[in-house]
Design a protein around this ligand. Structure first.
Ligand SMILES: [Zn+2]
Length: 492
């Protein structure tokens, strides 16, 4: 490794990437861009992937103040440091538009260590899970843990805490709770609006949260509003969009995805531990990917380890016929445009020097990953350690599982052998089916039957209320538990 390790003390490389240049720095930046002054570093011997013009060409890229200063013919620029890209592609850093740190079962610093080798340089995480448990103090902790990371981890304002009125939750958040956080530089959007029935009924509490997206003194650029509306179509979809929701990552069918595109929504393909690329790719190929992108959303740590991040989605989409440059645009420029980030998602003067060196655009595996011009990952390894966890707000996020009256007796499901209602899982999908299957009982208790893929499932309320719900699940294909990485038998 010839380059220095990422240092978060350097100016202009803050996590939001919005640190302004001083007047003197701006003057110097212009002269560096013109080749009149030496750059801090120059990427040489590379083929630049230009996502504005859909071209690839040989060029040198000059870096200063954590940004791209200029792009010129090979040999144009001088720099204090020279980075030889070995003839490989230079690609803009990838932007994850919607995921959840909590699903990876990692703290933010370890989460970004896992993402960094895969080329994700900006990641937007909706912290609604920690918010459900710990409310605003949990969000404060998450924001504190997301600052000072070598990778740009940003968060959303969770719009649906709890997700619906039927849910037990540790907190209930309103617009007045969230408003003080709206101007935080790491807040990227109003998080996924899952309670679409509430939106359609005009639930004022929910509409007030969506209204936090409007440009105001505290958030002059305004915020995007993320959606979550599986199978919502027709006039109800019009109502949802009319409420101000701008994107969706939950399309189940191609017809639904096309309706969402037609109504001006940004269409995110979700390929985490649930997937819809196969259903949506024909729409993208036929109608152009201009308003489309990729997200991981919920992903188990096992899937993250085995498959990767946005790089894995690019490989899969390209393998199914999407042009590689279009796939890169969908994971860089398009999410940047959606969030209103004018400083990332492409390689151009003034853009953050978040760059990937990639040997092969079809088998997309970044060899080197740079954030703000600093090397943060190489050959599949992150080159940094996770910083210490924040000391502020820790009480809110520790010892939050409070069970009451819980014992193995509470996991029993009284009943006789015969036909029973079960939750039917659909492989790779978030939606479920209402199924009837034959079940067996033993001593008056319905029992799991892994050979026939019928398992018991329990929801144990963790807030001290003592409620336990026990039901039956069909379709998980889990044969045994306990190895920490839940795998289904159909996954490789
Ligand atoms: Zn989500």
């Amino acid at each position: 490794m010839s380059q220095s390790r990422a240092s978060m003390d350097e100016p202009h490389n803050g996590p939001s990437g919005n640190d302004a240049l001083s007047a003197a720095e701006r003057r110097a930046f212009i002269q560096i861009a013109r080749g009149k002054q030496a750059a801090e570093s120059v990427f040489r011997n590379c083929r630049v992937v230009n996502v504005f013009s859909n071209e690839v060409y040989e060029a040198d890229v000059a870096i200063a103040y954590g940004r791209v200063a200029g792009i010129g013919r090979p040999g144009t620029y001088t720099g204090v440091k020279s980075i030889d890209c070995g003839g490989h592609y230079l690609v803009p850093g990838l932007i994850e538009a919607h995921t959840h740190v909590e699903d990876a079962l990692l703290v933010p610093g370890e989460f970004v260590r896992a993402l960094a080798p895969h080329g994700t340089t900006t990641c937007i995480s909706d912290p609604h899970e920690i918010a459900n448990v710990s409310g605003v103090p949990g969000l404060r902790w998450m924001l504190a843990a997301s600052e000072h990371l070598p990778l740009r981890l940003m968060l959303t304002l969770p719009s649906c805490v709890p997700a619906s009125p039927y849910e037990s939750a540790g907190a209930s958040l309103t617009a007045s709770d969230l408003a003080p956080l709206a101007a935080h530089p790491l807040i990227a959007s109003v998080g996924e609006v899952m309670n679409y029935p509430g939106v359609l009924e005009g639930d004022q509490t929910l509409l007030d949260v969506i209204a936090l997206s409007q440009p105001a003194t505290v958030t002059p650029r305004g915020l995007a509003v993320d959606g979550h509306a599986p199978e919502l179509m027709g006039l109800d979809l019009c109502g949802y969009v009319a409420a101000g929701v701008q994107s969706d990552h939950e399309s189940v069918s191609a017809a639904e995805a096309l309706e969402k595109l037609r109504l001006g929504m940004w269409l995110w393909v979700r390929e985490g531990s649930t997937r819809n690329l196969d259903e949506l790719l024909p729409i993208i190929l036929e109608h152009a990917p201009e308003r489309c992108g990729f997200v991981a959303d919920d992903r188990t740590p096992g899937d993250l380890l085995r498959e990767g991040d946005l790089d894995a989605i690019i490989r899969k989409a390209v393998g199914k016929g999407l042009d590689p440059i279009q796939a890169i645009r969908m994971a860089s420029l398009h999410p940047a445009q959606y969030f209103g980030f004018t400083n990332r998602g492409a390689i151009a003067p003034g853009y953050l020097a978040d760059l990937l060196v990639v040997p092969d655009l079809r088998n997309f595996r970044p060899r080197q990953v740079y954030v703000g011009g600093q090397l943060i990952a190489e050959d599949g390894q992150a080159l940094f350690t996770a910083p210490a966890l924040p000391s502020d707000w820790t009480e809110a996020v520790e010892r939050t599982v409070r069970l009451r009256d819980f014992s193995v007796e509470r996991l029993r499901l009284p009943g006789q052998s015969g036909t029973a209602r079960v939750i039917g899982l659909i492989h790779d999908q978030i939606v479920t089916e209402d199924r009837r299957v034959e079940v067996q009982s033993h001593n008056g208790q319905i029992i799991s039957d892994p050979e026939r893929d019928i398992l018991k499932i329990a929801v144990v309320e963790r807030y001290g209320g003592g409620r336990v719900g026990v039901g039956l699940l069909h379709g998980l294909r889990l044969r045994k538990g306990g190895d920490g990485l839940i795998r289904c038998s159909r996954c490789p």
